[in-house]
Design a protein around this ligand. Structure first.
Ligand SMILES: [Zn+2]
Length: 490
């Protein structure tokens, strides 16, 4: 298996430290809000990667942090007039709900920062003892220039960084490049006692401590979005290797980001859609397919059209599975007899025998889910042709084998495991709701507000709520509706 390693900027043969075992860490969420659809990319992509490693027979231990103390959490708590712990509790719960909605398996170990404070204090003390960190008025900083390999992951030299605009001068630091490991408490903020006074850990430190305390000094794989390469992952390497004296990570994997209207999707830019809303609207498999149909190192643009296309692609497979099941029910299944196969049947047999191998060879090539899905869809096309062109009874076992193969290869992707009839019905339901929304917006353009409002109300009685936003109409099952078509007239 080959993986592109961000650290060496090369595709490398994947060799875990211990044969057959993989120790893997993926940066987790800061729990101050629901995660947006762009944040879902690393969660989905590395969930699939982990499942694929398991499919290939590896025993994987995945650890992921939950950052439950942070400036963003404190700011949210202040603006809502509630305790920071309450914000963290609420959105940790929401995080797990959203993972489940998207069928993302939970990590084996999911430590919360606030439950790991003693280990963090011990880690900082080790860095101070080794001369890599210093205390200034209750703040502890990492001495970046003392760590000789700083900049190896991001490809930036210390001197380049120094002249960069990101680095602001801070009187408390020996060098502007130094970053905080421990932050002295400010009034009203959550804090813990430490040898340097009351305070809380810095974000970069959390990942180093949680990763090494759970997985050991050296991880096989550390993954996250490209936006975390600098400074977060660069700092993780510096802290961890300074503290342990060992190589921290063997393979660094980074997914590219989701773009929205030409920019990175982000909360701070305000151009985002919540993952839970998109999942509700298009279904979890459409969201997973949307990401997996592209290579994880390729940027993707978000659009509702692309999501709808992803949903249609998933439905195409379910419709086929449904068709195969109904064919198999309507006839006794004969043994496979190659001599009786039509030309079409022989082509399908050939496709069946090569699909698994081709799928694996794409996945083994730096986790090329796009190529692997392409193989699966070629098989789907062959199966559909076979069904539509006068199916012979002798070909029924081939359809069954096709169904089983789609199910098998879909499993590591988290796709095509549902009941076909139900999936097709749910997809149809979504299409019908969107059709009604389209009719309603046409009515509004023609100023037929009464009829438009009737559609909205009747949908609401069925538990479907519409929300008009930025010239688009969003729908969801059962959240409070806003606005009225009557009022839109004013
Ligand atoms: Zn991290």
């Amino acid at each position: 298996m080959k993986l592109y390693n961000t650290l060496t900027r090369k595709s490398e043969e994947f060799v875990p430290l211990e044969p057959g075992r993989v120790k893997m860490y993926v940066c987790g969420p800061t729990v101050y809000d629901y995660f947006h659809i762009g944040n879902a990319r690393p969660f989905i992509v590395f969930d699939v990667f982990r499942r694929y490693l398991e499919y290939r027979g590896y025993r994987v231990t995945l650890a992921q942090n939950i950052t439950d103390v942070d400036d963003k959490i404190i700011n949210k708590a202040t603006s809502e007039g509630i305790a920071a712990q309450e914000v963290a509790r609420r959105y940790t719960e929401a995080y797990f709900e959203d993972l489940e909605r998207l069928d993302i398996h939970r990590a084996d170990v999911q430590p919360r920062a606030t439950e790991t404070i003693p280990q963090m204090i011990e880690f900082i003390q080790r860095l101070i003892d080794k001369g890599y960190a210093y205390d200034h008025d209750g703040n502890v900083y990492f001495r970046v220039r003392k760590f000789k390999n700083y900049g190896q992951l991001s490809g930036k030299s210390v001197d380049q960084l120094k002249s960069g605009a990101r680095v602001a001068v801070d009187e408390r630091k020996e060098d502007p490049l130094d970053f905080a490991l421990w932050k002295a408490a400010k009034p009203g903020e959550p804090s813990w006692p430490s040898p340097w006074g009351e305070g809380r850990p810095g974000w970069h430190l959390e990942c180093s401590v949680m990763a090494t305390s759970i997985l050991g000094d050296t991880l096989d794989i550390h993954a996250g979005g490209t936006d975390l390469i600098f400074p977060h992952h660069e700092n993780e390497i510096a802290q961890s290797e300074a503290a342990t004296g060992q190589r921290f990570v063997r393979y660094w994997m980074h997914n590219e980001l989701l773009h929205f209207e030409g920019e990175k999707m982000s909360k701070s830019l305000g151009n985002f859609e919540y993952a839970r809303e998109i999942t509700e609207r298009y279904g979890p498999e459409a969201v997973r397919y949307f990401y997996l149909a592209k290579h994880y190192r390729t940027p993707i643009s978000f659009s509702h059209r692309a999501m709808a296309e992803a949903r249609r692609a998933v439905e195409r497979v379910y419709r086929l599975l449904e068709e195969i099941e109904s064919q198999a029910q309507s006839a006794a299944e004969p043994e496979l007899n190659e001599a009786q196969l039509s030309e079409r049947g022989r082509a399908l047999l050939g496709k069946l025998s090569q699909t698994r191998e081709a799928f694996i060879s794409h996945m083994d090539d730096d986790f090329n889910t796009a190529g692997a899905l392409g193989q699966l869809f070629e098989l789907v096309r062959e199966l559909n042709l076979c069904i539509s062109e006068d199916l012979q009874p002798a070909e029924l076992p081939l359809l069954r084998a096709g169904e089983q193969l789609i199910r098998e290869l879909g499993r590591p992707l988290g796709l095509f495991q549902g009941a076909p009839w139900q999936e097709v019905q749910e997809g149809l339901q979504g299409e019908l709701i969107e059709l009604l929304i389209e009719v309603r917006s046409q009515l509004r353009i023609k100023r037929e507000y009464q009829l438009a409002d009737e559609i909205r109300q009747r949908l609401s009685r069925l538990g479907v709520e519409l929300k008009d936003q930025d010239r688009r109409t969003l729908w969801s099952y059962g959240t409070a509706s806003q606005g009225s078509d009557e009022r839109a007239r004013a």
